[in-house]
Design a protein around this ligand. Structure first.
Ligand code: BTN
Length: 339
């Protein structure tokens, strides 16, 4: 089980402490817990307890204080506090170390900072909102507060270097499965690693490597999943191309359970590819593909190719059949599916 940690915000980010008061309140669930009992349990004065209560309220917890009864936790906020994510998390290592930001520039940028401190495998950097979220090909990634999951997973793969790019496909498969399990939404994978719902983008992945080409040390997998935005939340230019789980389902989603499901699936798929290779991931990419069989345009930086997406090969590349009858392989790029 992951250890419980309590994080307080400072102007430089965050620091950790034991979440004693919250743990005490949660243990009693719907009951009141007297100030006396809390004072005994925490070794604090009544005044110090009041300060702790105010701190938890500041974090969004609804705590009722009733004269002669004590305190009761009424409701927890839909926030991604590490202790909320780790409570009930059943992974072996993914998400056991969480770096949380109320707001940051980009969780991928922060993950690169974290890398300097040799973080454990499976460290997760997450933020409620990003001011400079980055997408692929230098695009900006729209990351409004509490609208989605904006996070970066740090992995230390022991795979052959040639296989590492396929980990982004692994992430797409894990996300597809977790979303399906937790919400019932059946998103499709647009090669190489976007997720689409009703033809609109619901999730993007930005993977970046650290280390030298022949001595890669870490892979950071940035994930942006649109969860609770409504149409009007998207900027005008994204409305026809982006969507969210809330739009798909017509209701809000509690992100905590969804995130736990995602971490669980990411770990399962990661352990599978580490033990047995990518065959299963590739099969899932083909099974859940929005791309195969479609007329597509793929831009890979140098070329802009138009054709039918015929196959995802075992090396992760996409085989295209061009109108000339020629077949070409692309190994990375941006795909547009033609209607
Ligand atoms: C894309 O489809 O272009 C990739 C989008 C990736 C966005 C995520 S949000 C969390 C992480 N931090 C970033 O700055 N980008 C990724």
């Amino acid at each position: 089980m992951p250890t419980w940690r309590y994080w307080r915000f400072t102007d430089r980010g965050i620091m950790m402490e034991e979440p004693k008061l919250l743990a005490l309140l949660k243990r009693k669930a719907d009951e009141y817990i007297s100030g006396e009992e809390i004072a005994r349990g925490m070794g604090l004065s009544r005044a110090a307890i009041w300060k702790e209560v105010e701190l938890l309220r500041g974090l969004g917890y609804r705590i009722e204080a009733k004269p002669r009864c004590g305190y009761r936790l009424e409701e927890s906020p839909d926030k991604l506090y590490p202790w909320e994510i780790q409570e009930g998390l059943t992974t072996r290592f993914v998400g056991h170390n969480i770096i949380y930001f109320d707001q940051t520039d980009s969780t991928n940028n922060q993950a690169k900072e974290v890398l300097k401190k040799a973080p454990p495998d499976g460290t997760l950097v997450l933020a409620e909102t990003q001011s400079a979220g980055r997408g692929r090909l230098g695009r900006a990634w729209f990351s409004p507060v509490t609208g989605g999951l904006w996070m970066t997973l740090i992995l230390k793969p022991t795979l052959p270097v040639a296989d590492i790019p396929k980990l982004t496909m692994m992430a797409a498969v894990a996300l597809r499965k977790a979303i399906m399990q937790v919400t019932g939404v059946e998103a499709l994978i647009k090669w190489p690693n976007d997720l689409l719902q009703n033809g609109r983008k619901i999730c993007g992945i930005l993977a970046e490597l650290s280390g030298e080409a022949d001595r890669l040390t870490h892979l950071i997998i940035g994930i942006g999943l649109n969860v609770n935005q409504v149409e009007e939340d998207f900027p005008e230019e994204l409305r026809s191309i982006g969507t969210s789980l809330r739009i798909a389902l017509g209701r809000k989603i509690r992100r905590r359970v969804l995130l736990q499901g995602i971490l669980d699936q990411l770990e399962k798929e990661y352990l599978k590819v580490s033990d047995a290779g990518f065959q299963g991931v590739l099969e899932d990419c083909r099974r859940y593909s929005a791309t195969l069989g479609a007329n597509v345009i793929v831009s890979d930086g140098n070329r802009r190719l138009m054709g039918v997406a015929e196959e995802i090969e075992d090396n992760g590349g996409l085989r295209l059949l061009l109108p000339s009858g020629e077949r070409v392989m692309v190994y990375s790029g941006d795909t547009t599916i033609k209607k």
